[in-house]
Design a protein around this ligand. Structure first.
Ligand SMILES: C[S@@+](CC[C@H](N)C(=O)[O-])C[C@H]1O[C@@H](n2cnc3c(N)ncnc32)[C@H](O)[C@@H]1O
Length: 230
């Protein structure tokens, strides 16, 4: 007797993570910056989810040349919200001349100091995403002290010292709305893989009881606000 195949019961569709527009992904891949593609896609998925659910602005600390900003801008465009990005554009400690992550093309030839703002503006303009981004040029704590709007997502990727990473957490995390997302980059549990300040901020956010882990993609951690405080 021929085998009778079992009726196939319908499987729930695997939820597809939201993905950026192909043109944005191409712009991201060719932009100067530090975020690998897998982390970028996870950042985009978080931004798209938060923007869609909460319809609140998305905020990034650490613009650099706009690589990750492109993804937040694409998610903001899709949901009709604004992506805000904060940077003094003078580079972090490890990006200064003589340090591991220095890029000589980011130095203003007239002043002899780093200025990533022109490259950032070109990156955003070429991707056609300028109108979805509000760029704040200045120090993160100064900007945060003037801020008064709830945020759908806060992405911390600014200075990687304890002082800066903790400052960014303390100043910006209170603005994450209930159900909103806190994303931390460069979280390395093993000191051999990288600096520990973002990891300590991540542990602090979890220990606060205000945030619950949603996803881990390499060094990118996505947490959701599930309680008050920080
Ligand atoms: C790691 S880079 C950001 C990388 C970027 N998100 C990307 O994907 O390419 C860190 C940035 O934070 C900025 N930064 C560091 N400390 C800051 C502070 N206190 N206020 C504003 N920006 C700061 C630096 O100028 C630098 O551009």
């Amino acid at each position: 007797m021929p085998a009778v195949s079992e009726p196939v019961s319908p499987q729930p569709a695997t939820p597809q993570a939201a993905a950026p527009q192909p043109a944005t992904l191409a712009a991201f891949e060719s932009a100067k910056g530090f975020m690998p593609a897998a982390e970028g896609l996870a950042l985009y998925a978080a931004a798209a989810e938060a923007a869609d659910a909460l319809r609140l602005p998305l905020l990034e600390v650490g613009t650099y040349c706009g690589r990750s900003t492109l993804l937040l801008a694409d998610a903001a465009r899709a949901a009709g919200v604004t992506a805000v990005t904060v940077d003094h554009h003078r580079g972090s400690e490890e990006q200064q001349p003589g340090w591991e992550y220095h890029d000589a093309t980011t130095v203003d030839p007239e002043l002899g100091v780093m200025d990533t703002l022109p490259t950032f503006r070109r990156t955003l303009h070429r991707a056609g995403l300028e109108e979805h981004v509000l760029a704040l040029v200045g120090r993160s704590p100064q900007a945060a002290r003037l801020w008064g709007t709830p945020l759908g997502l806060v992405f911390i990727d600014g200075g990687h010292t304890d002082e800066h990473a903790n400052g960014d957490y303390e100043e910006w995390a209170p603005h994450v709305a209930r159900g909103g997302l806190l994303v931390v980059h460069d979280v390395f549990p093993d000191p051999a893989d990288g600096g520990q300040a973002p990891y300590r901020v991540y542990l602090r956010a979890l220990a606060s009881g205000a945030f619950t882990e949603v996803s881990v993609t390499d060094s990118l951690r996505v947490l959701r606000r599930t309680g008050p405080g920080i």
